[in-house]
Design a protein around this ligand. Structure first.
Ligand SMILES: Cc1ncc(COP(=O)(O)O)c(C=O)c1O
Length: 454
């Protein structure tokens, strides 16, 4: 469509004008109105030095405003688990338009989705909704405090739970080593966080039984909740074993602490029963994000009835919002959950993910590039400079960030998109239901050419 067609209203013309700008013009224009030229910090790709401005997305491909096409392994930070413009989610969104965008009311879809979640997610006896992962983990923290009457929260070094003051600690910092069995000095990760918040958080290294046991011995009577990423995908896919997960479970129960699994990123990556089903260890409450609605803005808070029923109107815990569980997103989530529970869904995910990760290992070996590809289910990380498995967050800090940057830039140039989250986060990539095996092979060809050009 042309911007000067007279059928456009003034507003449409303005929109159309923006959509006909080149990447570089749009970047300059965006910077006049949006700090750093982006509507959200995470969209800036630090190693590219800019954010992609997209025109549209389809299947596993994104197209920028210049018309350049990328095979996408970021997938909207993991949200586009079904790929883009999937027929099932498209149909649900269209149906939602027919219903009328009626935020602020309940629909049958709210109950249908809650029922489906209780059928497939082990800890889910009751369900509430949120719009974002941050909001949902915040509700879990509040539930844990209300349930136990204890106010400190224990979190793990390198785990990320959102952008609010209670838990935005030590997802990346400090960079100095912490000896086994010890605490990690709390380090808030945003300017503007009151230092008083430090008193409410305890941070220990993940997979360090001695550190957890010590923290609970010394502070168990003050800790209301333990929150963790059951699969640490944010740091490039670091996995625990069932024994450790059971140890945390037992310790939480022994000290009357609510165990919270933050499955914003891990939900549905390994199977419909999420990471809790993968390990066979059940938390008290959990958050399901991103994949649950395949890109629509809704999150699920699920857990044991005795804890979940503390929310209003039954209990005293505040949880609500004008757009909370907005029907278009809930209807889309219902379609997404039905899709990912359909027969053979995970066969394809594992096949596509395995082909990509194995292919990358082969490419790095042939190019003589030391790199460890570590994946589980739908998502994976790449650690340049490594050949051994990455088991701990602090080990992941030893990766070669300069080479990561060169790789991501070379791939972008050849039409493969990996997002970068900055020097202190390993980052995470993934495959979707719409990455066919041919798409994976094409991506590997492009990546091979990118490696040659590096
Ligand atoms: C594990 C985890 N928890 C919480 C969040 C925050 O979710 P949101 O960005 O939807 O607020 C994220 C976001 O990436 C995440 O990966």
């Amino acid at each position: 469509m042309q911007a000067d067609q007279s059928v456009f209203t003034k507003e449409q013309t303005a929109m159309s004008t923006i959509q006909t700008m080149s990447q570089s013009d749009l970047r300059a224009e965006a910077k006049r109105y949006l700090p750093g030229g982006v509507g959200a910090t995470g969209r800036h790709n630090p190693c590219l030095g800019y954010a992609l401005y997209l025109r549209h997305a389809e299947g596993c491909r994104i197209y920028d405003v210049d018309g350049k096409e990328y095979i996408d392994f970021n997938l909207a930070h993991g949200a586009a688990f079904l790929g883009y413009n999937h027929p099932a989610t498209r149909e649900a969104m269209t149906a939602a338009l027919d219903v009328g965008i009626l935020s602020g009311y309940e629909t049958e879809a709210h109950t249908d989705l809650a029922r489906r979640i209780t059928e497939i997610v082990p800890c889910a006896e009751r369900v509430r909704y949120g719009n974002t992962g941050s909001e949902a983990t915040m509700v879990c923290v509040r539930l844990a405090r209300a349930h136990t009457g204890k106010h400190k929260i224990l979190k793990f070094w390198g785990h990320f739970h959102g952008l609010y003051d209670y838990v935005m600690y030590n997802s990346h910092t400090p960079l100095t080593p912490v000896t086994p069995g010890n605490y990690v000095e709390p380090c808030g990760e945003s300017a503007g966080m009151p230092p008083q918040m430090d008193d409410l958080i305890i941070v220990v290294p993940w997979k360090d039984e001695a550190a957890l046991a010590r923290a609970l011995r010394e502070h168990g009577d003050e800790i209301g909740g333990i929150i963790m990423e059951p699969i640490n995908y944010n740091q490039g896919c670091i996995v625990a074993d069932t024994e450790y997960m059971q140890f945390v479970r037992d310790q939480a129960s022994a000290h009357d602490i609510v165990l919270i699994y933050d499955e914003v990123l891990s939900a549905f990556r390994t199977g419909p029963d999420c990471a809790q089903g993968y390990y066979g260890v059940t938390p008290d409450v959990c958050v399901l994000g991103k994949a649950v609605a395949a890109g629509a803005p809704v999150t699920v808070i699920a857990g044991k009835a005795e804890i979940m029923d503390l929310v209003g109107p039954l209990g005293e815990v505040a949880q609500s919002g004008t757009f909370t569980g907005n029907p278009p997103a809930v209807m889309t989530a219902l379609a997404a959950v039905n899709e990912l529970t359909s027969p053979g869904f995970y066969d394809h995910i594992y096949e596509a993910g395995g082909r990509l990760c194995d292919g990358l290992v082969g490419l790095f070996e042939r190019a003589g590039v030391p790199a460890r590809v570590q994946g589980l289910g739908a998502r994976f990380g790449i650690f340049f400079g490594f050949t051994h498995p990455v088991e701990r967050f602090d080990d992941s800090l030893n990766r070669d960030q300069e080479m990561t940057g060169r790789f991501i830039r070379a791939c972008a140039d050849k039409g493969v998109y990996f997002h970068d989250y900055g020097t202190l986060v390993a980052g995470h990539h993934g495959v979707s239901a719409q990455h066919t095996l041919d798409d994976i092979d094409e991506a590997l060809n492009r990546i091979e050419r990118a490696l040659h050009s590096m």
